[in-house]
Design a binder for this molecule. Sequence first.
Ligand code: IMP
Length: 176
Amino acid sequence: MVVIKDKTFEKFISYEEILTKVSTLAHKINSDYKGQKPLFISVLNGSFMFAADLLKEIGLDCEISFVKVASYDKMESTGNIKQLIGLNENIFNRDVIIIEDIIDTGRTISKILEEFQSLGAKSIEVVALFQKPKSGLVREELKYVGFELPDAFVLGYGLDYDGLGRNLKDLYKLKN
Ligand code: IMP
């Protein structure tokens, strides 16, 4: 168990299980993009650990970039998507793969997809490690999803609670 500020979290998914899933996702991408040169764009901060583990398993000729969006206020998605910053690559005519940590309401990823479409990417896919049920986003929009989670607040493996807990190796769930 882990206590952060006023909340207690219990271990939910181990690092070993996460790595197995990450490797499955990477193998799918390796085979789907064989012969292509995709541009991976990792959405910071939450996806830094996932991106690092995933990309170590990617055997493709690829480029890797990072963008940042801040849309989350403590435990509730505010919906106030701030600007997407840090995209230095020209994504026109590129095969883009967006690396996301977790899809909750789906607002963040929808906004990113919209923005990238308007910049003329040739193809855009999303690889998300976790998805919560309320996002309502379906398979065509999210091609690669690791774990389907219940609607609970989670922490660790890159995900934070009020700035803390990103360094935890396993995934934790808020204890009721
Ligand atoms: P959405 O726009 O509601 O889909 O929220 C997506 C972003 O909110 C993710 O990229 C995370 O940074 C953050 N987020 C969503 N759920 C959680 C959670 O359970 N723990 C920590 N961060 C979360």
